[in-house]
Ligand binder design. Structure first.
Ligand code: 2BA
Length: 111
């Protein structure tokens, strides 16, 4: 058995969950925050059989669409302790798609 962690954009979570549920996969949704952009995203936990992993990843791929570049202003600190400057540095980051981890499940029980 595998446990799939899929980090998806907040905008895509509904579509991904709907499609997975339609195909009878069980999903747990966690509200998470990306460490870099500090924006809300969603982490989905899906426990499934080894031979179902590719199907689950394909569904996520279909619903998350292509990635895209966005411009953000990242906080930037410069100077020394006597004169610290705070500024915003324009940065382009690639967002979209999904980030997926697949891990082995050592034991699974359900009561
Ligand atoms: P964030 O950490 O907010 O990252 C958002 C996007 O910013 C990333 O998109 C990436 O394009 C860029 N980025 C992240 N860290 C960066 C850095 N140190 N320097 C420059 N650019 C950086 P994705 O790679 O698609 O990641 C989307 C979200 O998935 C991430 O949100 C994070 O919540 C999660 N994630 C991605 N890789 C991860 C990993 N190896 N471990 C844990 N979480 C991960």
């Amino acid at each position: 058995m595998k446990l799939i962690f899929a980090i998806v954009r907040y905008e895509n979570e509904d579509d991904v969950i709907t499609e997975l549920t339609k195909e009878h996969y069980s999903v747990t949704k966690l509200n998470t925050t990306g460490g870099f952009l500090k924006k809300n995203n969603t982490t989905l936990m899906i426990g499934t059989g080894d031979d179902e992993v590719d199907r689950v990843i394909n569904i996520i791929k279909e619903e998350c669409g292509a990635d895209q570049n966005i411009n953000v202003n990242m906080p930037y600190v410069s100077g020394s302790s006597s004169s610290i400057n705070y500024a915003a540095m324009p940065t382009t980051v690639n967002v979209g798609g999904a980030t997926i981890f697949v891990v082995d499940v050592a034991r699974y029980e359900k009561f």
